[in-house]
Design a protein around this ligand. Structure first.
Ligand SMILES: C[S@@+](CC[C@H](N)C(=O)[O-])C[C@H]1O[C@@H](n2cnc3c(N)ncnc32)[C@H](O)[C@@H]1O
Length: 198
């Protein structure tokens, strides 16, 4: 079983490969390239982590513009499913190529805590082996997300959490009963991951 440190070493190798950026941007238009450049390397980390972890089913909670959704898509394997859930129904940074990939991409405009939405999408959500959480940064919200989505997790599953130093996430982060990896060097509000196992 790979440790968080070893996984991070593998991801770092991909991020620091000189042509990673050109590879990463090769599928997207100029608007997206500019946005990715202007934000930070955290998007590059998301792309690299998918390339290394090779998940079969990625679920994103909290997409906002869809920039992270795109980052999670760029280096996924051909048949990997990507499901993104946000109140927001826009995902403006998701390019047509992704929107048209209906077999593999599902964007759900909903409250991620809505149990009827979860029930309706039970089959789709089962077997998550990469969960990215970036919603409202309260302890209550992330605790409820953990409660509702854990049953859908594969084992092992990579759990990536953005903004671990914001709001109530710090408390949640400290309570995680697994080895955690703080990679806040990629994001000013904190960033980290752990590997879930049953
Ligand atoms: C920080 S933004 C996500 C940023 C995005 N992941 C990125 O890195 O580009 C947080 C998003 O979480 C969404 N959100 C917050 N609470 C939510 C909930 N209960 N269900 C669905 N989406 C939620 C908001 O609509 C917002 O778009």
């Amino acid at each position: 079983m790979i440790t968080c440190q070893d996984l991070e070493k593998e991801i770092e190798k991909v991020i620091t490969t000189p042509d990673t950026n050109s590879l990463m941007f090769s599928n997207v238009g100029d608007t997206f390239k500019e946005h990715f450049r202007n934000i930070n390397i955290y998007y590059a980390w998301l792309t690299a982590s998918v390339k290394v972890w090779k998940p079969k089913k990625i679920v994103e909670l909290g997409a906002e513009t869809g920039a992270s959704t795109l980052a999670l898509y760029l280096k996924k394997q051909k048949d990997t499913k990507l499901i993104s859930i946000d109140y927001n129904s826009q995902w403006p940074f998701v390019p047509p190529k992704m929107l048209n990939d209906k077999k593999n991409v599902k964007l759900i405009a909903a409250n991620d805590l809505d149990e009827s939405m979860i029930k309706k999408n039970k089959k789709l959500l089962t077997g998550i082996d990469y969960l990215f959480i970036d919603t409202n940064h309260t302890y209550e919200q992330i605790s409820k997300e953990a409660e509702l989505y854990t049953e859908f997790l594969a084992s092992p599953a990579l759990i990536v959490i953005d903004d671990i130093q914001l709001g109530g996430l710090d408390k949640f982060w400290k309570e995680i009963p697994y080895e955690t990896m703080d990679i806040s060097k990629y994001h000013s509000c904190g960033f980290g991951f752990f590997i879930f196992n049953r």
